[in-house]
Design a protein around this ligand. Structure first.
Ligand code: 13P
Ligand code: SF4
Length: 311
């Protein structure tokens, strides 16, 4: 069956196929918070990058189907290499990850030989392989603080998360890479001002991938997992989220008593949204697309990822 044949099926038919293929394969479905609502609903586990990495490590089933972007699926393969890892669309990359290459990091290391390289998970396996340690938006501060205060750091590839880590740790000797996420970097302080005007009682939570002026105006800065936990523990509060719209979709669906608004309805990660029910059904029935990382890269990247998971 081709993708267009799956696309003609109703959601109910696709869900039945997904359930039965999943049982046959013994697959576990991991889903990131930015996925479409319909994909969030088929998750065995739904979370942020750090939560998904931890989950991927402990999975005992033979197959992991990853509904997210490629670096997340690669990370699952690296930390649990005996499993078959599938991603429903091989084109679902993260453009932020493309902001840094392994060759550029090696050159930067030559320029700053005494510095440690901290790499955000939104990066390729090759870049992780030439890094000292990986971090996510949930633990960037903790990872920076795991180095002595006088140690210089090169922080790759998101400049806004780097700014956040610098500000939170009060450190100056951090060199920020010049990358950004096209979804979060577009938020402006006017977006925060307008959201506050529209929802005067709301708590404004923004992702640390947002620009510094947006972070400065927010009430809380958090990873998507942090946003979820905030809503879970502040039921009934109104919340505005400066992040991809999928996060508000999840909170509104699970906590309907906690009105949650995206700061911008156009904050859509089209890469995350490439995953559809039709592609998930095809992936499980036709074992596609299998994610593999060359062993020499995977072994080195694993060291940097494990260092983070051990913190
Ligand atoms: P989280 O780790 O906060 O889920 O963020 C992932 C991401 O891609 C943010 O754009
Ligand atoms: Fe990458 Fe930005 Fe999409 Fe997150 S929202 S996956 S950083 S492009």
């Amino acid at each position: 069956m081709q993708l267009w044949d799956y696309a003609k099926l109703s959601d109910d038919e696709l869900l039945q196929r997904i359930e039965s293929a999943k049982r046959k394969l013994g697959a576990v479905i991991l889903v990131h918070n930015y996925q479409r609502g319909k994909i969030q609903k088929i998750a065995d586990f739904l979370g942020d990058s750090l939560e998904l990495a931890r989950k991927a490590k402990e999975i005992d089933a033979p197959v992991i189907l990853f509904c997210g972007v490629m670096f997340m699926a690669e990370m699952a393969k690296i930390i649990n290499p005996d499993k078959v890892v599938l991603i429903p669309d091989a084109q679902a990359g993260c453009p932020l990850a493309a902001h840094a290459s392994a060759g550029e990091i090696v050159k930067m290391r030559q320029k700053y030989p005494e510095y440690a390289v901290i790499t955000y998970v939104n990066s390729s396996a090759e870049v992780k392989a030439v890094s000292d340690i990986v971090c996510t938006s949930a633990n960037a501060v903790k990872v920076v603080e795991s180095f002595p205060k006088n140690k210089g750091i090169i922080f790759v590839p998101d400049k806004n998360l780097c700014h956040y880590a610098k500000a939170q740790t009060n450190r100056e000797n951090i060199v920020c890479w010049d990358g950004n996420c096209y979804v979060h970097d577009r938020f402006t302080s006017d977006d925060v001002k307008n959201a506050c005007k529209k929802h005067p009682d709301a708590t404004v939570i923004v992702h640390p991938e947002c620009p510094p002026e947006v972070q400065n105006r927010a009430d809380v800065i958090a990873s998507t997992g942090g946003m979820y936990r905030y809503a879970q523990s502040h039921r009934g509060e109104t919340i505005v989220l400066g992040t991809e719209i999928g996060m508000a979709e999840r909170i509104n669906s699970e906590f309907p008593d906690t009105p949650t608004f995206p700061m911008s309805k156009s904050a859509i990660c089209s890469n995350m949204k490439l995953i559809t029910l039709a592609k998930v059904a095809r992936a499980l029935e036709q074992d596609m697309y299998e994610v593999n990382v060359p062993q020499s890269v995977a072994e080195k990247a694993k060291i940097a990822i494990e260092r983070m998971l051990e913190l």
